[in-house]
Design a binder for this molecule. Structure first.
Ligand SMILES: [Zn+2]
Length: 370
């Protein structure tokens, strides 16, 4: 009964749109590897069954930076990147049956799952085979407007953005989602000491979310001292500069020789898992969070340590809708401090400065506000 009422209601909304939507908009267009410009382009059509959203904020992600540097197999130039989005719904497409309405403020993540996939049926959406992403298969949010496809409305990551949360923080739910997933799999809790190897935005999220999970103490290491400086705002219990200090010795000292119970490799170095297995406490968990470079992904991890010391190696990639939901809750409550993570909030006019700050690592997180 409830279902038929909702369909009727949706029918009246079909084709609904706010007045004053322009024909053209500004967007950061990637024309080739390392070549972008702020262009005027048509406002996207409202997709059938989907929505048109006015973008209030869009984060620049590590994966966007990889695409800017070296392209992406799903991306054909010219292309609009950006998949960490907060915006207001301004139009609904023909045949729309979603739950969102005109003027709703939404936090929109990129991943769109295949509802028929057997892993989705099991609640393990992160393993779904035919995953598609806004910013890869569909144009992204580094623009004044974005079309949200019907597939995303049906099986993506979309949540109402809490009113009290600024759009620049409501936009960046996605990177925290995988980190929430990591600590769920690592079962991080009271009594744990956690070492995060890597101090980029993801490493910083690990510090905050390990704490929120109950960890007693969280340490952070990096080989780039300048990056560690940016991460200081997250107040890890110890900051270890791996370019000058022996991380294993320092971590052993900090844990009375036992080692951290959880070690997270939040960097792309093949050496990280090798070291993580040596440093982790007996019976501890190592989360392989960072993907390794193609052709250099078979490091010499000593599996006898894993065997004799009962260590769990946890592979980790992507996330499920519940992790997106929890990541938003962490930002909304301040347990993930968005204002410490987002070091640069910029208008589209400053596309150059923002992209360059992210590329050269002088920014932790860049968010554009069109
Ligand atoms: Zn991202």
């Amino acid at each position: 009964m409830g279902e038929s009422k909702r369909v009727d209601e949706a029918a009246t909304l079909t084709g609904d749109r706010q007045p004053g939507i322009p024909d053209s908009m500004r967007a950061i267009v990637l024309h080739d590897v390392m070549k972008w410009s702020l262009d005027t382009v048509p406002v996207p059509e409202v997709p059938d069954g989907g929505m048109l959203v006015r973008v209030l904020a869009c984060g620049l992600c590590g994966s966007d930076l990889r695409t800017i540097r070296s392209g992406h197999r799903h991306v054909r130039f010219p292309w609009v990147l950006g998949h960490e989005i907060c915006g207001d719904v301004v139009a609904l497409g023909t045949g729309y049956t979603g739950r969102w309405r005109i003027a709703d403020r939404l936090s929109i993540g990129p991943v769109v799952y295949d509802p028929g996939d057997p892993y989705c049926v099991e609640g393990r959406h992160e393993l779904s085979a035919n995953v598609r992403e806004i910013g890869q298969q569909w144009p992204g949010g580094l623009a004044e407007y974005i079309a949200i496809p019907a597939e995303s409305v049906a099986m993506g990551n979309i949540l109402p953005a809490p009113e009290a949360l600024e759009p620049e923080y409501a936009a960046i739910v996605e990177p925290g989602s995988s980190v929430v997933h990591a600590h769920e799999r690592a079962r991080t809790t009271i009594g744990d000491t956690v070492l995060v190897m890597g101090s980029g935005p993801i490493g910083c999220l690990h510090v905050a979310i390990a704490r929120a999970s109950g960890a007693d103490r969280v340490f952070m290491s990096d080989i780039v001292a300048a990056r560690l400086d940016l991460a200081r705002a997250f107040e890890p219990d110890a900051i270890i500069d791996a370019s000058r200090e022996d991380v294993a010795a320092r971590v052993a000292e900090l844990t009375d020789g036992l080692g951290p119970t959880v070690v997270i490799t939040a960097n792309p170095s093949p050496q990280a898992p090798v070291d993580a297995v040596k440093m982790v406490a007996k019976g501890g968990r190592v989360v392989l969070f960072g993907g390794l470079p193609h052709g250099d992904s078979t490091p010499g991890v000593d599996l006898n340590i894993v065997h004799y010391q009962n260590i769990e190696l946890i592979g980790l990639s992507r996330f499920a809708p519940r992790h997106f939901r929890r990541s938003l809750a962490l930002l909304a409550s301040g347990r993930v401090p968005g204002r410490k993570l987002v070091t640069h909030t910029l208008p589209l006019d400053d596309a150059d400065a923002g992209i360059r700050a992210a590329l050269d690592g002088t920014a932790l997180k860049v968010v554009f506000k069109p």
